[in-house]
Design a protein around this ligand. Structure first.
Ligand SMILES: Nc1ncnc2c1ncn2[C@@H]1O[C@H](COP(=O)(O)OP(=O)(O)OP(=O)(O)O)[C@@H](O)[C@H]1O
Length: 573
């Protein structure tokens, strides 16, 4: 069972963080055009904000000119121009905001659709090649359902906000400098300590948030594990101990969550403080300058219009930071999801291997001093196997459990690594081909079933098979009997093959292998757990199916081995 592991060292965190970021960047690539558009619209919003402030300042200046200079009429044309500019900018901001959101959503949809397709392909590839890999199937489905959607806020809000943050802030600063360079300096002056504090708090917050997500994942893992093992826990009367373990993991999560919240409140308080301070300083400077109350000579000529302009613009200066802060949790959620999805989206090295061109005739297989060593194992599963299987011959691999019978078959399918020696397929080396799964018919130890009809389950090995061909394969595997086959082929199954006997499940797997028109037949314990009568019937089917094909059968059954042309005995490596 899972126990609560210690926190990984910080260097591990940083390396993981780098990998996550790179993965997220690559996963977001399909939406980059929409992200760029959303970023552009955020910049347009900032520019329109500056335009609106300019219109406000211009209108105020035009009105005060008329009031302050005796005899000067109101410049109606100029005032109307400022009003029109103000209206255009206000409408532009509305449109930019709405369209920016739409572009962000389109980017998010594009990214999620592509990622879902990529994970689905990984899922299907694993289903084709690793039918026994239930854990991978489960985690992939969870990632498909929930993990992909966790990228929504990251792509639609955070990425455009992050890309637009510095240019938008610089744009506002530049516009402010055009109105009052002293006000621009004041804004810059508040930004520098703010950026320093945020960089320090941000690093600490990211570490805390990461640890919080780790603690959450640990608690979820412990909980799921304990639920699965509940009967065992009850039988061992270990309820109290397990409850205490869960309690500790839950308290750990609570502690870390409180730390994250404390830091989040602190940084948002810091943001608000500096945003308010920047506006207050600009307001004080403009007010005192206009009233002539500055304790020093005004460094620039400041009019009421310019003062209104910079005052209206000042709150815009910290707006990009606010947007980023609001999307902070989107990034944490995306990083946590990336951890779950990244391994699933990778094509496995086995799947990436080259495949052999279809075999036209039953192949000649020669195993020369073949060894198989699984990753992470120090003992070979198969050591120095010598075997010659002539074209069209049926060879039975016999040997005690763990002697490497399945590994010899998996090696040909690219599901086990060749560590030494060579397998020659006719005159081609397996090490050069990668695997010959595409031209082999395979029946594994577990009868892999999907929730669909019996005929759909059989057709998994050949998607373009006609119903007649499926029926013929089912007949050959002995599935259709008493002429009631049509009913059986239509029968709907769940992934556990509910309602089918073990023998029927094996026959479905055999029919699937037979449906594929290949010259190489690989069967791994096809008659396991069957009664003698059913086994005898299936042996006849296998013998008939092996005709005209090179066949390797891994088995513990003396009867099945006796039906083969030759028996090769394996011994412990
Ligand atoms: N994916 C794997 N990773 C690591 N070790 C493995 C893997 N698959 C098999 N092994 C190990 O390799 C050895 C040979 O396993 P294999 O399944 O090939 O034997 P087998 O003769 O087919 O056994 P059985 O008759 O019980 O099916 C065993 O010790 C097994 O634990």
């Amino acid at each position: 069972m899972t126990t609560a592991p210690a926190d990984p060292p910080p260097t591990d965190h940083r390396a993981r963080q780098g990998r996550r970021r790179a993965w997220l960047e690559e996963a977001s690539a399909p939406g980059r055009h929409w992200i760029r558009a959303a970023t552009g619209l955020l910049l347009l919003d900032a520019a329109a904000g500056a335009g609106f402030a300019a219109a406000l300042g211009g209108a105020v200046q035009t009105a005060t000119d008329a009031l302050q200079i005796p005899g000067q009429p109101l410049a109606q044309g100029r005032l109307a121009g400022w009003i029109v500019l103000g209206l255009v900018c206000a409408v532009s901001r509305g449109i930019a905001g709405r369209e920016g959101e739409l572009c962000g959503n389109r980017a998010s949809i594009e990214v999620r659709v592509r990622l879902r397709a990529r994970l689905s392909r990984a899922l299907l590839a694993r289903t084709d090649r690793r039918p026994d890999d239930a854990a991978t199937l489960g985690t992939t489905i969870t990632a498909l359902a929930g993990g992909v959607d966790s990228l929504d806020g990251y792509v639609s809000r955070l990425l455009p906000a992050r890309k637009a943050a510095v240019p938008a802030q610089m744009l506002v600063l530049l516009a402010t400098a055009l109105g009052s360079w002293v006000s621009a300096l004041l804004l810059l002056g508040t930004l520098l300590p703010f950026a320093l504090i945020m960089a320090l708090a941000g690093g600490a917050a990211a570490d805390e948030a990461r640890q919080q997500f780790d603690a959450l994942a640990r608690l979820s893992g412990l909980f799921a594990d304990r639920i699965r093992k509940l009967p065992l826990i009850l039988a061992a009367r270990a309820e109290r101990r397990q409850a205490a373990l869960l309690g500790r993991a839950s308290a750990d999560l609570h502690r870390r969550t409180m730390r994250v919240l404390r830091l989040a409140f602190l940084s948002s308080a810091g943001l608000e403080f500096f945003a308010a301070l920047s506006v207050a300083l600009v307001a004080m400077y403009c007010g005192f300058s206009l009233l002539g109350l500055l304790p020093f000579r005004s460094p620039e000529p400041l009019t009421l219009g310019r003062a209104v302009f910079v005052l209206a613009l000042a709150p815009e200066f910290f707006a990009p930071m606010r947007r980023l802060a609001a999307a902070y949790h989107d990034e944490r959620a995306a990083e946590a999801a990336a951890d779950r999805m990244a391994p699933l989206a990778e094509p496995s090295p086995v799947l990436a291997a080259a495949t052999h061109a279809p075999l036209a005739a039953p192949p000649h297989l020669r195993f020369e001093a073949v060894s198989v060593l699984y990753p992470g194992c120090d003992r070979p599963a198969l050591d120095g196997l010598e075997m010659d299987v002539r074209p069209g011959e049926m060879v039975a691999l016999l040997g005690a459990s763990g002697t490497g019978k399945s590994s010899a078959i998996k090696l040909l399918l690219g599901l086990a690594p060749l560590a030494g020696g060579e397998v020659w397929i006719d005159d081609a080396p397996l090490s050069g081909l990668g695997d010959i799964a595409a031209c082999a018919s395979w029946m594994g130890q577990d009868s892999f079933l999907i929730p669909a009809s019996v005929s759909e389950n059989i057709a998994l090995s050949r998607r373009d098979a006609s119903l007649d061909e499926i029926r013929a394969a089912a007949n050959a595997a002995g599935l259709e009997w008493d002429g009631a086959g049509a009913v059986l082929l239509d029968r709907q199954l769940d992934e556990r093959g509910g309602g089918l006997s073990g023998g029927e499940r094996r026959r479905i797997a055999l029919a699937r292998a037979l449906l594929k028109p290949s010259a190489l037949l690989l069967l791994d314990e096809p008659t396991a757990h069957l009664d003698p009568d059913t086994e005898a019937a299936l042996i006849g089917t296998i013998r008939a199916a092996a005709r005209g094909r090179t066949t390797i059968v891994a088995t513990h059954s003396a009867a099945l081995a006796a039906s083969a042309d030759r028996i090769v005995r394996l011994h412990a490596a």
